[in-house]
Design a protein. Sequence first.
Length: 153
Amino acid sequence: MNLKEELFIQCEMFVNKRLQTVEEIIASNQKALQSETKSSAGDKHETGRAMLQLEMEKASQQLAGISQMKEVLAKIDFTNTGTSTVKNAHLGSVIFTEKAHYFLSISAGQLTVAGKQYFAVSAASPIGKLLLGKQENEIFSFNGNSIKILKIQ
């Protein structure tokens, strides 16, 4: 298995873990909503239901974000190895810089493959926007630092 595939699998695992957590929250909240019974303390009951509804809305938004991450991962193409002599950073690229190594995919944070650290970053993130379209040996500025791209794979 190559580096890109390994990073991709770790991103998929990240998304699936988030999905499982959100689904558990939704199931728990639905159960709590159903068990909320009308008592003599009507205001307290309504407040409890309102809080659970807010939690459900938040979980729904997280589900939408997870769905977007899955869509982004589905767009990553492993067959495009960039056979041209000029390699531009694109979705699915592994970008090696003098400061850090990046996998342009989803915002999944720090990943480790073969003892080396990589940062899975979204193309919509500040660093992702800077990396997108860049070429090997190009220098860009991020957080006041000049960073050179050593290799794009």
